[in-house]
Design a protein around this ligand. Structure first.
Ligand SMILES: [Zn+2]
Length: 377
């Protein structure tokens, strides 16, 4: 598997698939999978290419998920090696997407391919869900594939996402859930006027101060075994005309909550509404929910992944739900147990992104071992 993973990872890095472009990456993967008997289904939406490749039938359905798109390289002159060369220097594979996540994607593909070759009559179904729209808008990628599969009653029981979860050492962290993320765009309405005649105006900044203090001090919950407490942060605040003699007519404030499974978006919205009413603020509010929290707890896939990491990386991984959102949030909507495991995330989205070739080999062995535990007869 080792050589195949490296060869595929290099070939993927050499295709400059800046999100949402795919640049032939999925074709390369599809050809490999088709050769060992996978059924291919192309699910393009908008400018995004998605591939759903499956092998076998029935329960359970174990899916591997990943993306072929990468973030832009930034200032190319700052890169030690060209970002789309895929060079291996002293055991490190260099290039944009090496760690996030063409390296792990190659390991997922080769692990599935090898497993199917060695266990052609495995139980259940293996699926690979690959998208070219994870890094940018994430509107036409995994979310659309999930909608398509759900509409026809197809299900995924377990899903391993190859996002780079390792933090300090390879194998130290498995993500078994993610916090939810919700943003409010709030406008507090006042009445514009001359600062010398405040009785003829209504200052929305003054009116908002007590509300904002209470909002930012409110304790939403205490977290739980898997999640830190919910946190609210004001990201943007704006008011005023720039002139020192005008009371502004409106105050705009944007805040985001990273929330755990102790609250819901409904609870959050209701609490904010209650505080706005308490402070008698005339307002307009618009909410944007980017992802509900999900938690795989300590299910079968979590156990299989922990066991595989212990066996291959010889370390006991910690279960963690921190970090930003990933496509796991969409797959969790299907009721799947979703786990993320992959190589070190130290260089992701940076110049000189790179990944250890040995870690990629270990990833392949770990992914293979997970399939063995869930689908061997
Ligand atoms: Zn990624």
């Amino acid at each position: 598997m080792q050589q195949d993973i490296l060869t595929l990872a290099k070939a993927l890095i050499q295709r400059p698939s800046i999100s949402p472009q795919d640049c032939g990456c999925q074709q390369l993967i599809a050809e490999r999978l088709q050769r060992v008997g996978f059924q291919l289904e192309w699910l393009p939406f908008g400018d995004t290419l998605n591939l759903w490749a499956t092998h076998g039938e029935g329960d359970p359905c174990v899916a591997f998920a990943g993306h072929t798109d990468v973030v832009p390289v930034g200032d190319e002159s700052q890169w030690q090696y060209p970002p789309f060369s895929g060079e291996v220097i002293e055991g490190m594979l260099h290039g944009r997407g090496a760690a996030d996540m063409k390296g792990a994607l190659s390991a997922l593909v080769i692990a599935a391919e090898t497993f199917v070759k060695q266990n052609p009559h495995h139980s259940g179904k293996i699926g690979l869900l690959i998208t070219s729209d994870e890094e940018a808008a994430a509107l036409d990628g995994t979310v659309k594939v999930v909608e398509t599969l759900m509409a026809r009653g197809e299900k995924i029981d377990y899903c391993l996402v190859g996002e780079p979860s390792s933090n300090q050492r390879f194998g130290d962290i498995i993500k078994n859930g993610r916090r939810g993320s919700i943003t409010a765009d709030l406008i507090i309405e006042g009445i514009q006027g001359h600062v010398a005649y405040p009785h003829l105006a209504e200052n929305p900044i003054h009116k908002a101060l007590h509300f904002l203090t209470e909002l930012t001090h409110y304790q939403w919950d205490n977290g739980n075994d898997f999640f830190p407490p919910t946190s609210l942060q004001i990201a943007n605040i704006k008011a005023g005309t720039g002139s020192n003699n005008v009371i502004p007519g409106e105050l705009y404030v944007q805040f985001n909550l990273r929330y755990c499974t102790e609250v819901t978006d409904e609870i959050i919205k209701a609490k904010v509404a209650e505080l706005l009413a308490k402070h008698q603020l005339k307002h307009r509010i618009h909410w944007h929910l980017s992802g509900k929290p999900f938690l795989a707890g300590k299910g079968k896939l979590v156990s299989a992944t922990v066991q595989a990491v212990e066996k291959i990386a010889q370390t006991t991984p910690r279960l963690d739900t921190g970090g930003g959102t990933s496509d796991g949030r969409f797959i969790a909507l299907m009721g799947a147990e979703v786990v993320e495991f992959g190589p070190l995330n130290t260089t992701i989205h940076k110049v000189n992104e790179c990944v250890s070739v040995a870690d990629l080999t270990h990833c392949g062995d770990i992914y293979y071992h997970v399939l063995e535990q869930l689908l061997s007869k």
